[in-house]
Design a protein. Sequence first.
Length: 272
Amino acid sequence: MSVERRWNTPARHYPARRYASGRRHPGPLAHAVPWVLAGATVVAQIAYPLAPASVLGRLTIGTVVLFFLASASHALIHRGPAWTAGYLLISLAVGLGVEVLGVHAGWPFGRYSYSTTLGPELAGVPLVIPAAWAMMAYPALLVARRLTRRWVPLVGGLALAAWDLALDPQMVAAGHWTWAHPHPGLPGVAHIPATNFAGWLVVAVVLMALLDRLPRAPAPDAAPLALYLWTYASSVLANAAFFHRPVVAGYVAFAMGLVALPVAYLLWEDRA
């Protein structure tokens, strides 16, 4: 078994009520909380392509809140309050900081502006946006740590930035933000400049490098990993079958699949 696999051995291999670090293993009710929130996130995402346009803003906010709580609760229950505080401080600060720069300076993504559909704002950025950075940063970090020890910032950065290939087309189509200069863009992706995706990759790598400074701790990570794999599969399906964006579906299938498919294989092996 490789070093990476040993660090991420599921909790069932620890027979005592404590993790190897000495922290107590959570009880069944606490263990269920992230799963319940993850399930609610999945239900909200399934509802999105079926919902009327009048509720999409509220549904988007609700989905981000549920996903954020699923990630934060899993971190708190399985990695403790100090680890969780570090993860939230880093991811929320980076997410808000780069978005404020993007809105007011056009860097590093290009110049864009938010509509009024995503709730309360701080410095021109809806508060739900840094929460979205944080919600996905957690599973992206765990995916990367499952796959590698040495290249976590690069693998985690890819895991996080590839998600934006689905996110931005969906949110722009819903009218949540618009780009001042959407060209040149990726072939087949309208209204979004290529600089946005390049900026996402740079910021995501930096964010993962910062988060990877947090201690590694063995824990049952099936819930956040399952959310990442669900996000991958549902993004491909939704763009191909519901949003009529087959090119976007292809980009997501390839880029996110570079990380999601190896992780799915490892999870399948763990079942044996």
